[in-house]
Unconditional design. Structure first.
Length: 147
């Protein structure tokens, strides 16, 4: 399979992926450069420098997940530029799973309420991509029927 890259997304579903990818990249970069800012945005209280307990690996995990977000964002943007719709479809159930797990973490008291935004971001993004793919599939079917 050969994918051609474009200078911008060529489909509505591609735009949903590009926006999600850009946001993931930006938020990942924020986590790498200013981790306390990202912690506050997710509803966690930052710990002042020098006040972390021995063995507190919060910043290590934040660095790892932020770098993963940068990489994931890049993958999503590249897939959008290639209009790789199979990839778009694959992301929907996994993003819904992420939404479920993150929402359950808040409900179980394992994460603060502010973390719910991360789950909702995943869920809304998955729903937008699914709706765009469905809309495009219906349009393609109508085009075939008109021929």
């Amino acid at each position: 399979m050969r994918l051609r890259m474009s200078s911008r997304p060529r489909s509505l579903s591609g735009w949903t992926m590009a926006v999600f990818g850009l946001l993931a990249t930006v938020l990942g970069a924020v986590g790498l450069v200013a981790p306390d800012l990202l912690l506050v945005a997710m509803g966690f209280a930052p710990i002042p420098d020098g006040a972390r307990a021995e063995g507190d690996h919060t910043l290590v995990f934040l660095t790892a997940s932020s770098m993963a977000a940068v990489n994931m964002g890049a993958y999503y943007m590249l897939a959008a530029l290639a209009d790789w719709r199979a990839f778009f479809r694959w992301t929907v159930p996994f993003r819904l799973l992420t939404c479920t797990v993150f929402t359950a973490a808040v409900a179980a008291g394992r994460a603060p309420a502010g973390f719910l935004g991360v789950g909702l971001w995943e869920g809304v993004g998955a729903a937008a991509t699914w709706a765009a793919l469905r809309y495009e599939r219906r349009g393609a079917a109508e085009d075939r029927a008109a021929d």
